[in-house]
Design a protein around this ligand. Structure first.
Ligand code: SF4
Length: 370
């Protein structure tokens, strides 16, 4: 396979994941480069989930070895979705092997001698007869553009095609979302469509690379923008809140207020993160400092703690246990290890033993964009 995959980083060039933002706000590309990137903890959890799915698909990790409940559910649902997508496009993976699939590989698209952008896809499968499937996992809750309108997926498909044009007749691209309920969207790109896509994406990137590219605010493009904390255009949107009349918060005004509130929340978070980073780097932010928040005590070994306390003859086991929380994930982990069974078997046994003790409660409903 000559997919020209490269393991080096983005080399300061755009990546497929940035192209939708470049399209919505051309000025964001250059403007974000003013500030160093801050990786959020949400992104880290997303990376962990991507890594786990990758290892399970590669066969390096068994699904039953993913102990964390949410991560296990995420991997399980991702695999189920993959199967459903393959059923819909009428291809089978059973007879194929790792020679026909690639995970987390970066490929480049050139514009003449210049590198235009790179694309790192989550999963690419080759079913023979020129049919490929490219999958992008969205492992966290969030508002994602469906595959049919998703510029990131189009850019990824183009990158794959550009690196192996003779082998590809059609690429199916799927956006697979394990949460909140497992769902996917799917688009089929023919080679004609991909040939046309080059000019479309080239125009987006070229426009965004101009020094005077316009900054166009909007919740979708601003919420993960590294320049949000300093961007005057996003503040203009937030300042519109002052024109809303709180005595007339009808459904239409509330809807507008919600858009502003969501952006304002992200803006406040971005300002705090920047301030924390600057002070942490030794710079002064007038009137603000980092203050230690004291210490918290934790018990390293519940087992050793229990033994010591029981030796005092002051507490009964039930009194001791009433001061402790037992996690469902932790129980599954120890039951699985003790019984030397799979995770699914451990869950099933524990559910049956603890039938009236383990309760499933709905989490509070999240307010999301319809
Ligand atoms: S904050 Fe919004 S308007 Fe400002 S550069 Fe970023 S995406 Fe563009």
């Amino acid at each position: 396979m000559d997919l020209n995959s490269e393991s080096d980083e983005r080399e300061g060039r755009p990546s497929a994941s940035a192209i939708e933002q470049m399209k919505l706000c051309p000025g964001s590309w250059k403007y974000q480069q003013i500030l160093p990137q801050i990786e959020s903890s949400e992104a880290s959890e997303g990376t962990t989930r991507h890594d786990l799915i990758e290892q399970v698909i590669r066969g390096k990790l068994s699904l039953s070895d993913v102990d964390d409940d949410q991560q296990h559910e995420c991997c399980k649902r991702a695999l189920d979705l993959l199967q459903k997508i393959e059923t819909e496009i009428e291809v089978g993976w059973a007879d194929l092997d790792n020679q026909h699939q690639w995970l987390e590989e970066r490929v480049w698209v050139h514009d003449g001698a210049k590198k235009l952008y790179s694309a790192k896809y989550d999963l690419l499968r080759d079913y023979g007869n020129g049919t490929f499937l490219l999958v992008d996992w969205k492992t966290l809750f969030g508002d994602h553009t469906p595959a049919q309108e998703n510029v990131q997926l189009l850019a990824q498909a183009l990158a794959v095609y550009r690196n192996s044009p003779s082998r590809i007749e059609r690429i199916y691209c799927a956006l697979a979302e394990p949460f909140p309920s497992p769902t996917y969207s799917l688009v089929e790109y023919t080679t004609d469509r991909l040939e046309q896509a080059f000019e479309f994406i080239q125009t987006i990137v070229t426009k965004a690379e101009k020094d005077d590219a316009n900054r166009i605010p909007g919740l979708k493009q601003c919420k993960y923008c590294d320049a949000l904390a300093i961007c005057p255009e996003s503040r203009m949107v937030i300042s519109k809140a002052f024109n809303l009349n709180p005595t007339e918060l009808d459904s239409e005004i509330l809807s507008e207020a919600m858009n502003i509130a969501s952006l304002a929340e992200k803006w406040a978070k971005a300002v705090k993160e920047r301030t924390r980073q600057m002070i942490g780097d030794g710079e002064e932010v007038f009137g603000w400092k980092l203050r230690g928040s004291g210490t918290v005590r934790s018990i390293d070994s519940a087992d050793a703690c229990a033994k010591r306390l029981m030796e005092t003859n002051q507490l009964s086991w039930s009194e001791f246990l009433s001061a402790n929380k037992t996690s469902w994930s932790g129980l599954i982990k120890i039951w699985k290890a003790k019984r030397m069974i799979t995770r699914d078997e451990a869950v099933s046994e524990l559910e049956s033993i603890l039938v009236d003790i383990v309760k499933e409660r709905p989490k509070s409903e999240a307010l999301v964009k319809a």
